[in-house]
Design a protein around this ligand. Structure first.
Ligand code: SF4
Length: 458
């Protein structure tokens, strides 16, 4: 069992990015143009031994509003609106695929939202088969979809499975009825269990369940009951997210009353209990907020130091170019990040003009590449080979990162990292505070450009 030192959590619990990218999305800017994007697409589709592809589709619609929601979503029951969106996503696929070499293999596909299963089974069939016929999928590609059990039938899951989806992820958040009522997400336990049964019967390879702590009315005991029920359901992966209450950024969060939220001490007790219960039940602590069974690919990748990180969090697929479609979707190629327009109107207008619908982007410098590699290695492998980094980037590590290495001495004293001449190693306890370790290599944190923009670790 992994025992948590709460004093250290309290000491280091400062806001920090989740580093699904470096630099992070707030640094993407509108001076990045459509031509910049096309240039990079053309460059990265030239030559031999090109990396495999990842595809992400953002399907933003949901039936009802969950008051805690931090996603880019749109609430609608208008089926025509959904149909129109699917039509435009297909047009975006058509625009994009003209630039991508046809023999490049797709190793990873993800549908996120919103709620992708807000699409009807026929619409799932329609879009999924269009995607399959537009790209060249590997036979063993990892195809995941986020689902919402509250508006799901077995036919939705059959449509996904028949189209090659093999991974399912769904939100549970908390089984407690009082909590569910306060967040406007009534999801009875039997619906969740029924959905998991269907997922298993239909032969999906893996199921992930999401929990959130820090929601209104949660107590140590009430959340312990939820964790025990999750262990009983026995998903392959579990993510336990800290609720970021930011009503000044997401107005609907004001529907949750500040005074109903658990106090920071309760949240600390909850995360300690959760980690200890999950690891005692045999789950491997992957890092930050993710857990997996020891035979799950994520746990194996962690052991083999092949874990990587993308916009969906931890992943087993390194070195792929990520093309993302739909509103707000973020793409990543070697030197760039781009993000699509946020509204349907802007997104449709761009596509109607036969342009890829990007609103902004970012071109990485040499320094960004160096820092991205260090941050991702620390976040994923939990160690960094200093000699290798010096050779690859032709730097003197301790000179280049004197600010960060100096800060890390305190982390070393607290047994969160081990610092050797040629290696930084993160300890088990350090894995929980990995964001706070990684920020020591973030240029924007060092130059104090980023202050309190991010949520806290716990
Ligand atoms: S279903 Fe998911 S994306 Fe939709 S409102 Fe609820 S939490 Fe947000």
């Amino acid at each position: 069992m992994f025992e948590i030192n709460l004093d250290l959590v309290k000491k280091y619990d400062k806001p920090g990015p989740r580093y699904t990218s470096y630099p992070t999305a707030p640094h993407f800017n509108e001076s990045f143009t459509h031509e910049d994007y096309l240039d990079e697409i053309i460059k990265t589709n030239y030559g031999e031994n090109l990396p495999e592809l990842s595809l992400y589709f953002h399907l933003p619609y949901c039936d009802t509003l969950c008051y805690f929601c931090g996603c880019n979503m749109l609430i609608t029951r208008n089926r025509d609106r959904v149909k129109e969106y699917i039509k435009y996503v297909k047009k975006e696929i058509d625009l994009l695929r003209t630039y991508i070499l046809t023999d490049r293999k797709v190793s990873q596909l993800h549908w996120g939202g919103g709620t992708p299963t807000h699409l009807l089974p026929d619409e799932i069939n329609d879009l999924a088969s269009y995607i399959k016929s537009s790209f060249n999928f590997k036979i063993d590609s990892e195809n995941g979809c986020e689902i919402d059990p509250r508006e799901l039938t077995r036919e939705h899951l059959e449509a996904l499975r028949n189209n090659g989806f093999n991974r399912i992820s769904m939100g549970v958040q908390d089984f407690n009825e009082k909590v569910q009522k306060a967040i406007n997400r009534i999801q009875p336990e039997d619906i969740t269990r029924q959905t998991v049964t269907w997922v298993r019967e239909l032969g999906f390879n893996s199921i992930n369940l999401d929990l959130i702590y820090g929601l209104p009315f949660q107590t140590l005991n009430s959340f312990a009951e939820t964790v025990e029920k999750i262990i009983d359901i026995s998903p392959d992966r579990i993510a336990v997210f800290n609720y970021a209450y930011v009503p000044w950024m997401k107005k609907h969060m004001a529907l949750i009353h500040d005074e109903d939220l658990p106090k920071p001490e309760i949240k600390l007790d909850i995360i300690k209990m959760t980690i200890e219960k999950l690891t005692s039940a045999g789950y491997v602590f992957i890092g930050m907020d993710h857990f997996a069974k020891p035979d799950d690919e994520l746990a194996i990748a962690l052991k083999e130091k092949k874990l990587c990180r993308n916009f969906q969090g931890y992943s087993t697929h390194a070195a792929t170019d990520l093309y993302s479609m739909g509103i707000t979707a973020i793409s990543q190629l070697n030197n760039i990040y781009t993000q699509n327009f946020k509204t349907e109107k802007e997104y449709y207008n761009a596509i109607d003009c036969d342009t890829l619908p990007i609103a902004k982007g970012y071109m990485l410098s040499y320094d960004d590449h160096l820092r991205r590699e260090i941050i991702m290695k620390l976040m994923c492998n939990f160690e960094l080979d200093i000699n290798e980094t010096e050779k690859k980037f032709k730097i003197n590590f301790n000179d280049y990162f004197s600010w960060g290495m100096n800060n890390l001495k305190q982390f070393e004293d607290d047994n969160l990292v081990r610092l050797k001449k040629d290696k930084i190693t993160v300890t088990e306890m350090g894995k929980l505070l990995i964001r706070n370790i990684a920020i020591n290599f973030d240029k924007y944190i060092e130059s104090k450009e980023d202050t309190a923009k991010y949520s806290k670790t716990i």
